[in-house]
Design a protein. Sequence first.
Length: 131
Amino acid sequence: ALDRFTKLADRMDSRITKLHGAGSDTDSAAAALLLARTKISVAHTTITYAETAINMVAANLSAGTSTSPSESEKKPAKDALEEARQAILVAGQALHDVMPLLSGTRSESTMREHASSTMATGTIVQQGDSH
């Protein structure tokens, strides 16, 4: 999932660069994307920590006589996995939060054209729709 997040962030960065070159104000989108990249990095770190915690449980299991770890032995790994899961969700939400900022960077004339065509037809056409 994080590889997809990184690729999506790269595409968003490219879009921000293109919009900025066209004269759009992209400051808020760029700041939100920077925050999203930070959250992706945090998710990577928590996944690495979870892998380490799981390996420690496995090592303790192979060193002992028990074939199944106790709940107290599994707790650090379970907690680390939950932390990693939450970090992935937060990173995904941070990327999602960038998207409306990218669509909100249209030029003033484009927004006026869109508003007048919406008023004329009485329908709202979402960006990307072909109706």
